[in-house]
Write a protein that binds this ligand. Structure first.
Ligand SMILES: Nc1ncnc2c1ncn2[C@@H]1O[C@H](COP(=O)(O)OP(=O)(O)OP(=O)(O)O)[C@@H](O)[C@H]1O
Ligand SMILES: [Mg+2]
Length: 349
């Protein structure tokens, strides 16, 4: 009479440096990890939003599936960067078809794109009964970009059941694992290879997101150049797997001197957010993504941005058997999994 079979969801995060996969089983006690894997991509296979070596990407995704759980077929994926635009606005409180009409109208008025060219989705973030208003979060994906992306996933033999936005996935992963302090304006900063997603939390709820077109790629390129390393060794150097053959002072200097673009991108996004939202201060930064694992980077960011910072652990409230994934050391790479965890938490209906 009662089905014991726990439902599960697979989050597949196709990033420009690696593909991350996590399968979460949803039980009445919460989520638990039943498959996990990370696979690095060749450095130029995906650059920013552009898939340059489709064959390599497909090969690596298929290999990752084979290594983790060959039975996987349905996946939740995400997009970010220039392919997707999020916006937030306030309209009068409405519901059903009336709400959709009003949202579409508002979108046409303000969108920096042709409504014909995008797929739209929206979410009502806040309803203010007193003022009879509601706040709408709009997510618009460029149709062309979405199609290319979905075709890629399908060509891997997979069925994309939900397409999410990286920044929203980061928010979902964070809110499941941490108590949100409503008195603290928080910026979730997910540093990837080519894109850094920023999600703001104000009054304890989702506020807005902004993508910065910069990440760890400059650091990686600088390490290759300064230490005369090939791609594979540069990756090892960043991961601290080169031991004493790498001079730590020189590594630190190289990392710090190659983060200008990232730092100024985040600074600019912060000041834009503060002036737009009439907020004086960002009180707290929660760092995630591979960038939060790069040695010396979190401390440097904290000192440049002068905001206290912590590194996210998206597995904090999620069960897993450490023995099962020992070779991956999930406790060490957890911040890298933030987007994939957020995707896999979606209990697809
Ligand atoms: N174990 C590790 N130790 C240190 N740094 C790491 C580690 N793993 C990844 N990184 C760094 O993180 C970067 C990748 O971060 P991430 O996986 O979040 O990016 P991505 O999702 O592939 O890219 P994007 O989101 O921009 O498309 C790598 O380029 C590397 O510099
Ligand atoms: Mg990423």
């Amino acid at each position: 009479m009662f089905s014991r079979k726990s439902k599960s969801t697979v989050g597949l995060d196709i990033g420009s440096s690696s593909v991350k996969l996590i399968k979460l089983d949803h039980t009445k006690n919460g989520h638990s990890v039943s498959a996990l894997g990370v696979r690095e991509l060749p450095p130029e296979a995906i650059v920013a939003d552009e898939i340059r070596d489709r064959e390599a990407v497909i090969f690596n995704i298929q290999s990752l599936i084979d290594q983790t759980d060959p039975k996987i077929d349905e996946v939740v994926v995400s997009i970010s960067g220039h392919g997707v635009i999020t916006d937030r606005f306030t309209i009068g409180k409405k519901s059903g078809a009336e709400a959709e009409q009003a949202i579409l109208f508002e979108t046409e008025q303000r969108a920096p794109f042709d409504v014909e060219d995008v797929s739209l989705d929206y979410h009502i973030v806040k309803v203010d009964d007193e003022e009879n208003q509601m706040d709408v979060l709009l997510v618009a994906a460029r149709k062309e970009y979405l199609r290319t992306y979905l075709e890629l996933v399908q060509d891997c033999g997979l069925k994309p059941i939900v397409v999410d936005d990286d920044a929203l996935a980061v928010f979902n992963a964070y809110s499941y694992n941490y108590e949100i302090d409503p008195s603290r304006v928080t910026a979730l900063v997910n540093i990837g290879c080519d894109v850094t997603n920023i999600t703001y939390i104000v009054d304890g709820i989702y506020h807005s997101t902004r993508d910065v077109s910069s990440g760890t790629r400059e650091i990686y390129t600088a390490i290759q150049r300064e230490f005369r390393l090939n791609a594979e060794l540069a990756t090892k150097a960043i991961k601290g797997e080169m031991g004493d053959s790498i001079d730590q002072d020189m590594l630190k200097a190289t990392i710090i001197s190659s983060t200008d673009e990232l730092v100024s991108g985040v600074e600019l996004a912060f000041s834009y957010f503060k002036s737009q939202s009439k907020i004086e201060n960002i009180d707290w930064i929660v760092l995630s993504g591979g960038g939060s694992l790069v040695p010396y980077l979190p401390e440097f960011l904290q000192s440049k941005l002068t905001v206290p910072l912590e590194i996210a652990n998206p597995l904090r409230n999620i069960d897993y058997d450490p023995e099962l994934f020992q070779y991956l050391q999930p406790e060490k790479i957890a911040p890298l999994l933030t987007v994939s965890v957020g995707l896999a938490m979606r209990e697809a209906r």
